[in-house]
Design a protein around this ligand. Sequence first.
Ligand code: NDP
Length: 248
Amino acid sequence: MLLKDKVAVVTGGTRGIGRAIVMMLVREGAHVAFTYLKSSSDAEALVKEAAESGGKIKAFQMDVRDFEKAKELIEKVKEEFGKLDILVNNAGITKDKALMMMAKVDWQDVIDTNLGGLFNLTRNAIVTFLKQKSGNIVNISSVSGIIGLSRQTNYAASKAGIIGFTKALAREVGAYNIRVNAVAPGFIETDMVATLKEEYKAEIKKRIPLERFGSAEDVAAAVKFLLSEKAAYITGQTLVVDGGMAIL
Ligand code: NDP
């Protein structure tokens, strides 16, 4: 077990990549608090499955866009689990549209959730990490933030922002034994990708050297590596998990 008795917060744990990260953490011996927005039945099912595997786990319904709720969450986790070691900022949304069709609300929702949520959780967790002189943060970005995918100006801006945030914070807190890294997935088989048109998905697959979409577990494996002591000398980096799609 690589993360035995570590206490982790994962945002957006109910589905897709977040769910795979929660299950990976439990299997690696961590205790997990995960958040979700609406899917309470998925949250209950995950708590049950994880508890059956022997993990200490709790679900928190909260909106990552709410700074005060993020503050409360971090306090509650410390109270109930006794400490905090790991933060995985995973919650994210898309609202894809050509820029000329994009309403202000489509821009704002994506920025507020993907980038604002990351600020809200990290700003509140960092105080604890600085005081205890240890902490480990992994932020979920996207290849869209690296190469820019068309009809995703809002999403690409938020995900590129996450990479910049990761680099800046890694420099700021390295001296306090806090590592900050990002994972940038390509196309991963989750609800987010299920909404895309079949023709578009076929077109995308042609651009992936490994000729398939990834699984949520492929992404969780990268997160596991970055959170583990195997990555003890890695900070400020973005690990791309995309089947080669964004090879530069
Ligand atoms: P899903 O749509 O499957 O799940 C999103 C999760 O985020 C859910 O748990 C959802 O909660 C939660 N969430 C959404 N908005 C909020 C909010 N305001 N407050 C709290 N929680 C919220 O997403 P994926 O698993 O596909 O994606 C996870 C991350 O990976 C995202 O950051 C995404 O941008 C990134 N990513 C995904 C890729 C892919 O191909 N799937 C590719 C590259 C990056 P609820 O269930 O309650 O709605």
